[in-house]
Design a protein around this ligand. Structure first.
Ligand code: NAI
Length: 261
């Protein structure tokens, strides 16, 4: 049986992945703010270091897979854009970078990053916010996002997901990742019924925007279905996958971008 690290393991899609891995008999090292093997705040450098150290200690230095699902959504709030960039981007990229040697040690590991369909379906994700996040310049990203006023968290969210996807696709195909036998891929969900989406839709402006969004299949996704896709991306079926983005969003991305292939 394998050893897997899962961030955001206490809720939503991270919890559904954790359940499936545990049911299959694997050792799962969950990381979250509560109800996890490792309690760590991935918004801070200390939290990320403590999480990485805890995972490496519990796994004995070898990992078969890592799933970085911890994230927060774009609800209004003064400090929200900063926390979005810290958790969604640094909480994924810095942690995976610290875990890379342990993944490489297995020789045939898998890593799955939670992106989102938001960068592809939101018109004009501001490149200046994206570029600042990708460079790890969080304060600069926050200043740039503030230009958008109340919508700053929405733009910061899409930019954080674009940045983490961009990072994963670039890293995936390098010697350090593909060359070490690690298949690094991205899952990009559309709206999925979790506490994150519930919090977002509690805002009447977001709820109205959501209702008017094209959604060919209709409704919202089920966390278990998304977790099933992640399980595929952790399985031998992903042996020939590297830097791919698996979009599972009810058809919204295809609606906007059908002609872009
Ligand atoms: P959720 O809110 O159910 O679970 C997220 C988990 O991350 C929670 O357990 C939370 O405690 C943890 N977390 C948040 N901040 C943290 C921090 N600073 N340190 C450690 N853990 C922290 O959310 P959900 O929906 O399952 O989201 C999982 C991933 O999927 C996120 O990255 C989210 O951005 C992404 N996503 C979600 C969509 C949705 O509609 N639910 C759509 C597209 C992407």
């Amino acid at each position: 049986m394998g050893s897997y690290a899962v961030t955001g393991s206490a809720s939503g899609m991270g919890a559904a992945v954790t359940e499936r891995l545990s049911a299959a008999g694997h050792l799962v090292i969950g990381v979250d703010l509560h109800d996890a093997e490792i309690i760590a705040d991935l918004s801070t450098g200390e939290g990320r270091s403590a999480a990485a150290a805890g995972i490496l200690e519990r796994s004995g230095g070898g990992l078969d897979g890592a799933v970085v699902a911890a994230g927060i959504g774009p609800v209004p709030g003064p400090d929200r854009a900063r926390r979005i960039a810290q958790i969604n981007y640094l909480g994924s990229v810095e942690l995976l970078t610290a875990l890379r040697p342990a993944l490489a040690a297995s020789g045939d590991a898998r890593a799955v990053v939670f992106g989102s369909n938001s960068p592809t379906v939101m018109p004009h994700v501001p490149r200046m916010v994206f570029r600042a996040i990708r460079a790890g310049k969080i304060e600069q990203a926050v200043r740039r996002a503030r230009i958008f006023g109340r919508a700053a968290p929405n733009f910061a969210y899409a930019a954080s997901k674009l940045a983490v996807t961009d990072w994963a696709r670039r890293a995936a195909v390098t010697r350090a990742w593909a060359g070490a036998g690690i298949r690094l891929n991205v899952i990009a969900p559309g709206p999925v019924k979790t506490p994150l989406l519930d919090a977002e839709l509690a805002d009447p402006v977001a709820a109205r925007a959501f209702q008017s969004f094209p959604n060919p299949i209709g409704g919202v996704g089920d966390p278990g279905h998304l977790a099933d896709w992640v399980m595929m991306m952790l399985s031998p079926a992903a042996a020939f996958m590297s830097g791919s983005v698996v979009v599972v969003d009810g058809g919204t991305e295809a609606w906007f971008r059908a002609g872009e292939w």
